[in-house]
Write a protein that binds this ligand. Structure first.
Ligand code: SF4
Length: 484
């Protein structure tokens, strides 16, 4: 109800109301910190986060386990995409209802009550880093006013069917990559008839159904779910996250039959050449044409459309261009937190390119008159802040490695080397093992390990990915010969 009233207010009144309520809540919150015992025992970082939330302090740290269901392609059921693990409820063993009321989602609720975020490593790290603006938790604050005991949001990631093979993706989420790696497309493996029956009880309670993939526009199961939504809860909002490379009669059916579709369009480069290097098999022209169609739909139906960008080591220089692009189109740009693969992640790489761009980005000024301009500016600044924190974090770690390696044992340096490639595909691991195996019994083994430990992470991973094992052995041979 409060949500509905808030949503029909004009933008300036929304902002005024939000700020006024937030201020009052902050005053009461600060007072409660002094007098209420449960507030006194709350970790300081949670207090700090509460003072920085969009809606002001809230009773719970995260509302995802109370409002949201995420259905992963591997069959695990969790509150959000970042909280499933092998201990999560699985659709092959539990119904949606059991998972929600008694299964692993209830377990996460209980853990959160004790500020235990052991199943939420992404948010835990961001909280510790005080990168509050980048927290996934923020997404669910909007639903903190919900009083229903059923989920309000459901996020479907049922299949990996996709027409692209993006460099930051993997076979779990792209059938294109799966086909290239194992000559197989597994698509939807776990969600059968019983699941579709279960959904009929959940759908009438939903405010939002989110479809990801793979690419939702080519996943057959999603059209079946959309038919159910049309029948059981036609007022439900829909969010489709797409690479926008598909447009056909089925997509037209969606656009013509639903009035509340919102779009997240994934575009990681505005340069056709860079785009096709990142979004392999993708076509920037096609994506732009479809983006225009979806923007037109959103304007007509008063829904929203965002661009989603994966900032990486290959496109970081374009991040400010996205702000200008989004401002021009009067839409919003959001930046993902890319932590894998490591060689593309800004968290695990430190170099002049990243440093130079941070410096440049910090000197830029963006307009902030409209709501979208404000969001774009804020998202961009949060991104720059986060990447800067990541860069600073790497400094002492690298320094420590440089200083310590000579005092470390062979086993410890080996561990460091394998940590460098953590999160990379099996073949990278295999190549490193093969190279090290050759020198295991050599007197120069520790010398070689120490040299390799000093190689900058990005370069180290790039070599292992791109060079054949024979070439790598020649390089290591050279390192040893140069010692003599
Ligand atoms: S704390 Fe973060 S990872 Fe855990 S459920 Fe909430 S949004 Fe998901």
């Amino acid at each position: 109800m409060i949500n509905k009233i808030y949503e029909i207010l004009p933008e300036f009144l929304q902002t005024l109301l939000l700020n006024a309520v937030k201020r009052i809540k902050i005053v009461f919150y600060k007072l409660s910190k002094l007098f209420i015992p449960s507030q006194k025992s709350k970790p300081e970082i949670i207090h700090e986060f509460n003072l920085n939330r969009k809606y002001g302090p809230l009773p719970r740290v995260c509302y995802a386990p109370y409002t949201s269901l995420f259905l992963s392609r591997l069959g695990y059921i969790s509150p959000c995409y970042a909280s499933y693990n092998p201990e999560s409820s699985h659709i092959s063993k539990e119904s949606l209802k059991t998972a929600w009321f008694d299964g692993s989602i209830e377990r996460i609720r209980k853990k959160h009550l004790n500020y235990d975020f052991s199943e939420c490593s992404l948010c835990k790290t961001l909280l510790e880093q005080k990168a509050f603006g980048s927290l996934l938790i923020n997404k669910y604050d909007h639903y903190s006013f919900s009083r229903s005991s059923y989920p309000r949001i459901i996020e479907f990631e049922l299949s990996n069917k996709c027409n692209l093979s993006c460099i930051m993706c993997d076979s779990n989420l792209s059938s294109g990559i799966e086909k290239a790696e194992c000559n197989n497309i597994s698509g939807n493996q776990f969600y059968g008839e019983k699941f579709f029956e279960d959904l009929e009880e959940i759908i009438p309670h939903l405010h939002l159904a989110e479809f990801t993939g793979g690419d939702p526009l080519i996943i057959g199961e999603y059209y079946r779910i959309l038919e159910l939504i049309k029948k059981l809860n036609p007022d439900c909002s829909i969010l489709i996250t797409t690479n926008a490379n598909t447009y056909n009669q089925k997509v037209e059916w969606i656009l013509n039959n639903f009035k509340k579709i919102n779009f997240n369009v994934s575009i990681d480069s505005l340069d056709a050449e860079n785009y096709s290097k990142i979004r392999r098999n993708g076509d920037l022209n096609k994506a732009m044409q479809n983006l225009e169609r979806f923007i037109e739909y959103s304007r007509k139906n008063k829904t929203y459309l965002n661009i989603l960008v994966c900032p990486m080591t290959v496109n970081f220089h374009e991040m400010a261009d996205f702000v200008n692009f989004a401002n021009e189109k009067n839409i919003c740009v959001f930046y993902h937190t890319v932590v894998k693969p490591k060689h593309l992640s800004l968290k695990y790489n430190k170099n002049d390119y990243i440093k130079k761009n941070i410096k440049n980005f910090k000197s830029l000024k963006f307009p902030d008159k409209t709501k979208n301009q404000k969001t774009n500016k804020k998202n961009f600044e949060e991104l720059v802040k986060l990447v800067e924190i990541w860069q600073l974090e790497q400094e002492p770690q690298m320094q420590k490695i440089q200083n310590q390696y000579s005092e470390l044992s062979i086993g410890e340096i080996e561990e460091l080397l394998f940590k460098k490639i953590g999160g990379e595909e099996e073949f990278v691991n295999y190549k490193l093992q093969t190279v090290l195996e050759k020198y295991k019994n050599s007197d120069d083994y520790k010398f070689l390990l120490s040299k390799l430990a000093r190689v900058e992470n990005q370069k180290f991973i790039r070599y292992l990915r791109e060079k054949e094992t024979d070439e790598l052995l020649l390089i290591t041979e050279d390192i040893i010969n140069n010692k003599k």
